[in-house]
Design a protein around this ligand. Structure first.
Ligand SMILES: [Zn+2]
Length: 100
């Protein structure tokens, strides 16, 4: 893909920028668009997880927030095993063939 990382990084993000980042461009810095971003440790609070992220290109820092979307049973108490994909995701996001 073409990369236009030569432009000056943004100094602020709009709600549209945040929406684009969370839905499509999460592997790239929301300020400068560079893919050289690094994640720190993950903390979990109830239904949410947070990870500090740092851009090595423009020095921006932010925190990614994740919300618990569902669960995937891999083994039941009576020992039945389920490989991923063989048991339904309960109350999770739609499985519409999103790329891995
Ligand atoms: Zn950046």
């Amino acid at each position: 893909m073409a990369d236009e990382s030569t432009s000056t990084p943004k100094t602020d993000l709009t709600p549209e920028d945040a929406k684009n980042y969370t839905e499509r461009a999460y592997a790239k810095c929301p300020f400068c668009g560079d893919s050289r971003i690094e994640g720190g440790s993950i903390s979990i609070e109830q239904n949410y997880a947070h990870q500090d992220v740092f851009c090595t290109e423009c020095d921006a820092e932010w925190s990614d927030s994740y919300r618990l979307e569902g669960l995937l049973v891999t083994r039941t108490p009576d020992g039945r095993d389920f490989r991923h994909g063989e048991y339904p995701l309960i109350d999770g996001p739609p499985q519409d063939g999103a790329p891995a």
